[in-house]
Design a protein around this ligand. Structure first.
Ligand code: NAP
Ligand code: G4F
Length: 341
């Protein structure tokens, strides 16, 4: 019989890629959106899956009863909890909302499973941000958490409550601890898409330059399309468990910028330091990159690099797309998108 998957936050980047992946595997996919959210459906449209999805509606801040009644009607076999206030930067401004959604929201879903149907499998979207100022590099599933943002703190709660429901209520509840994964459908507020969209506009003479925060911040960046396959595999193992999904390689924002400009045939030459640093076009001498304190965070995480050996050995999962390929994919998509706008 056709399996039913419920994806919370289906209109987000991962929701769209996961929906496509599960539809291709023969699932009936139901996705939640927030009742009053005007968020566009463009990601689902772009991946050609909008018409194949059934929609349901709740906000993770809604009452437990409301969420329960929606899930009772959907009757899912698997729930993928991707809904979150997912922007680390915004969590410093909205710590209460972030905790309500990213922490307490997880408990509501687990409680629905416990009370309604304990055989429903549950995937929690955990994150490398839980390691924060990581005590060890690279991180494994055994590395202690040390979060450095309200987002990271809320996600640590989500991780522990998921593990507790697994141990005490015998629910198939798992966390994927995912490192940054990007795509042409990444939100514009995240640094990779901010870079590729602005570089594309500069290439089309629709923008003058790009302004960023910390150029030396490093991230372990992979492709979202590869990571959603890992989410599904996590729920198909014999024993519920937690898994890191990552590439194992960290690169700086500066490296990402240089490679994005290379796609439009420009080379960056850096001069200056800190917020006085600028990136110049090697050919024309024009300023293409500025640094502003506005985009710095109150606190930064240090070397977030994941060791995904356990996922490789147990799930047979490995990331496939290389970072330079991903950067080209994103810049090319943005060039096409902004050409006629
Ligand atoms: P995203 O693009 O920001 O999507 C998040 C989704 O959450 C949106 O579709 C939004 O729904 C929904 N949402 C926000 N607040 C909500 C609320 N109060 N109630 C119900 N839904 C709400 O995020 P993403 O990049 O796809 O990430 C998916 C999940 O993985 C998130 O939990 C994120 O924290 C986690 N994660 C992401 C990464 C990454 O690198 N992408 C890495 C590790 C973990 P609307 O459509 O209604 O606006
Ligand atoms: O792209 P970011 O905003 O992603 P961040 O903070 O790593 O969070 C993303 O990945 C997490 C996985 O570890 C997810 F859990 C989370 O939901 C989200 O998807 O920032 C990346 C880095 C940061 O160090 C930031 O300080 O880029 C640096 N940065 C430098 N200039 C900037 C900018 N970030 C943004 N957003 N905008 C800038 O102008």
């Amino acid at each position: 019989m056709e399996k039913i998957a419920l994806i919370t936050g289906i209109r987000g980047q991962d929701g769209a890629y996961l929906a496509k992946n599960l539809l291709e595997k023969g699932y009936h996919v139901v996705g939640t959106t927030r009742p009053n959210s005007e968020a566009p459906q463009y990601r689902l449209k772009e991946l050609g899956v909008l018409d194949s999805i059934e929609f349901a509606s709740f906000d993770l801040r809604d009452d437990f009863e409301q969420i329960y009644s929606v899930i009772e009607k959907v009757k899912p076999d698997e729930i993928y909890n991707l809904a979150a206030q997912s922007f680390v930067g915004a969590s410093f401004e909205q710590p209460i909302l972030t905790s309500e959604v990213d922490a307490i929201g997880v408990t509501k879903l687990l409680e629905v499973i416990r009370k309604l149907e304990p055989s429903i499998k549950f995937y929690q979207a955990s994150t490398s941000e839980m390691f924060g100022n990581a005590k060890f590099v690279p991180q494994t599933e055994d590395t202690p958490f040390n979060p450095r943002s309200p987002y990271g703190v809320a996600k640590v709660y989500g991780y522990w409550i998921t593990q507790n429901y697994r141990e005490y209520h015998d629910i198939f509840a798992c966390s994927g601890i995912l490192y940054n994964h990007e795509s042409p459908l990444r939100g514009m507020e995240f640094v990779t898409r901010k870079i590729t969209s602005t570089v594309a506009k500069i290439g089309l003479d629709k923008a003058e330059n790009l302004t960023l925060g910390n150029l030396d911040a490093k991230r372990d960046w992979g492709f979202a399309g590869d990571y959603v396959e890992g989410m599904w595999r996590i729920l198909q193992t014999e024993k519920p468990d937690d898994f890191i999904l990552s590439t194992g390689q960290a690169n700086s924002v500066r490296y990402f910028v240089e490679n994005a400009f290379n796609v439009i045939g420009k080379t960056i030459v850096w001069e200056g330091e800190g917020i006085g640093e600028k990136g110049y076009c090697s050919e024309t001498g024009k300023i293409l990159v500025n640094v502003s304190s506005k985009f710095y965070r109150p606190s930064e995480t240090n070397q977030l690099v994941g060791d995904s050996t356990k996922a490789k050995q147990t799930l047979g999962w490995e990331p496939r797309m290389k970072l330079t390929e991903l950067i080209k994919l994103m810049v090319d998509y943005d060039l096409k998108q902004f050409k006629n706008s």
